[in-house]
Design a protein around this ligand. Structure first.
Ligand code: FAD
Length: 372
C-alpha cells in the first residue's frame, strides 16, 4: 500500500494548483488523473490576469514554449445582430491552450503523479481513506471536474442537474489557407450572445489555433444553437472555409445555481467539482485556481486534523470570495433591458467586459495571502 499526506483526484487547474501550493509547504502530495498528460480539455482557453498572478506565472518564460495570446480588445454583440469593438491600452487577458497549460502546471506542481489511473473505489479505514485498494491518505481532494467521483461520493447528483451549463467547442490548428481566410484577429476575441441571453458563442484565435464554441444554461437545443451560430459566423465571413466539424461537449455548474456539499471528514472539493464557475461569464479556471489556493490554506492551518469542522474555514473563504451564492435575478424585463444595453458601447465595456468577464474590480488572490 502506497501512502501520502494528501491525495488529489484530478490534475486540471484546480488539482495542480492545490498540489503546487501544498508541495511548496512540504506536504507529500499525490495527484491521480484518469488520463495521461498532456491531454485536451474542452475549453475556450481564455484566462484573466488574476489567474496569471495567482499562479505566479512568468508570462515571458511561459510564452517561449507555449501559445500565450495577449488580448487587447473584444468584439461583442448579439447572434444575428451587429457588434461593438471595445479596445484597451494593454493586455487585459490571455489565450492559452489547455493541452499545454494543464500539462505545464501539473509538472510544475512537483507532486507525485498517478496519471492514466481513474479513481474507482474510496473506502474509510480508521482515520484514513483507501483509494483503489492501493493508496492510503488522511485527506482526499476532489478536483475531478463536474463529474468528479469524490463529489458523487459526497452526494452530488452528477448529470441530473438542469442548472448546469452545457457547452461545445472545437480547437484546431489552421492551415495556411484557413489562416488567410480567417478574419478574427488574435488580440480581439469575439463574443456573441444568444437572443434569449441564456448563453453565448465565441470565436477566439490564439496564434495559429482557432477555437469556436457556444455554451448555454441547461443545454436544451445546444446543437441547434451552435449550428445557427456557426452559420452566422460564416455569413459574416469571420471563420475560415473548410473548417473541421467535430465539436466536443462538456457540462459544468455556475456558482450559486446549485449547491454541492464541499467539505466532509477528510474530504474536500475544489474547482468544477465544487460548482464554482462565474455565473455571468462561465469562467471556471480562475475559481478553480482560487479555490485550490484557499483549500491549501485551510489544509495547512488544520495541522493534520482533517475533520470537517477543521476544514470549515475553506467554505467560509469561498463565500467571502464568491458571495453568498444566490442566483442572479433574471426574467423577461431583465432580458429585454440587457438586449438593448448590449448595443451600448458604455454598457459593454463597463458592465459586460470589465465587471462580468474581467472582474476588474476584484484583486487577484495571491498564493500566500488568500484571505480577502
Ligand atoms: C466549452 C467550454 C469552454 C470553457 N471556456 C473557458 C474559458 O475560456 N475560460 C475559463 O476560465 N473557463 C472556461 N471553461 C470552464 C473551465 O474549463 C473549467 O471550469 C475548468 O477546467 C475547471 O478546472 P478543474 O481543474 O476544476 O477541472 P478540469 O479541468 O475538468 O479537470 C478535471 C480533471 O479530473 C480528471 N478526472 C475526472 N474524473 C476522474 C476520475 N474518475 N479519476 C481521476 N481523474 C479524473 C479529468 O481527467 C481532468 O483532467 C469552459 C468550459 C467549457 C465546457
Amino acid at each position: 500500500m502506497d501512502s501520502c499526506d494528501v491525495l488529489i483526484v484530478g490534475g486540471g487547474p484546480a488539482g495542480s494548483s492545490c498540489a503546487w501550493q501544498l508541495r511548496r509547504h512540504g506536504l507529500d502530495v499525490m495527484v491521480m488523473d484518469r488520463t495521461e498528460f498532456p491531454r485536451d480539455k474542452v475549453c475556450a482557453g481564455w484566462i484573466t490576469p488574476a489567474v496569471i498572478d495567482s499562479l505566479q506565472l512568468d508570462v515571458v518564460d511561459y510564452a517561449r514554449q507555449h501559445v500565450l495570446q495577449p488580448i487587447t480588445a473584444f468584439r461583442t454583440g448579439l447572434i444575428d445582430g451587429g457588434s461593438v469593438k471595445v479596445g484597451y491600452r494593454s493586455a487585459v487577458s490571455y489565450g492559452i491552450r489547455r493541452y499545454e497549460l494543464d500539462n505545464y502546471l501539473l509538472n510544475r506542481s512537483q507532486a507525485r503523479l498517478r496519471t492514466g489511473q481513474a479513481l474507482k473505489s474510496l473506502k474509510r479505514s480508521g482515520g484514513s481513506w483507501i483509494v483503489n485498494d492501493a493508496i492510503s491518505a488522511p485527506l482526499v481532494i476532489g478536483a475531478g471536474g463536474h463529474f468528479c467521483p469524490v463529489a458523487r461520493f459526497m452526494g452530488a447528483k452528477l448529470g441530473a442537474d438542469d442548472h448546469a451549463i452545457a457547452a461545445k467547442e472545437i480547437e484546431f490548428e489552421m492551415s495556411p489557407l484557413q489562416s488567410d481566410t480567417c478574419r478574427v484577429s488574435g488580440d480581439t476575441p469575439e463574443l456573441y450572445f444568444c437572443r434569449d441571453l441564456k448563453g453565448y458563442g465565441w470565436c477566439f484565435r490564439k496564434g495559429n489555433y482557432l477555437n469556436i464554441g457556444l455554451g448555454r444554461e441547461g443545454g436544451h437545443g445546444l446543437s441547434d444553437h451552435l449550428e445557427h451560430f456557426c452559420d452566422f459566423l460564416a455569413q459574416k465571413g469571420r471563420i475560415p472555409i473548410h473548417m473541421p466539424h467535430r465539436f466536443h461537449g462538456h457540462a459544468y455548474l455556475l456558482y450559486g445555481h446549485a449547491e454541492r456539499k464541499r467539505i466532509d471528514d477528510g474530504l474536500l472539493l475544489i474547482g468544477d467539482a465544487a460548482g464554482l464557475a462565474c455565473p455571468q461569464s462561465g469562467e471556471g479556471i480562475r475559481p478553480a485556481v482560487e479555490s485550490a489556493l484557499m483549500a491549501a490554506d485551510a489544509i495547512l492551518s488544520a495541522g493534520k486534523d482533517y475533520r470537517a469542522e477543521r476544514l470549515l474555514p475553506y467554505a467560509q473563504q469561498l463565500t467571502q470570495r464568491f458571495g453568498k451564492g444566490k442566483p442572479a435575478v433574471t426574467g423577461p424585463v431583465h432580458h429585454a433591458v440587457s438586449r438593448v444595453l448590449l448595443n451600448s458601447a458604455w454598457f459593454t465595456r463597463h458592465v459586460v467586459l470589465d465587471r462580468w468577464f474581467l472582474h476588474a474590480h476584484q484583486k487577484a488572490l495571491l498564493p500566500d495571502r488568500v484571505w480577502v
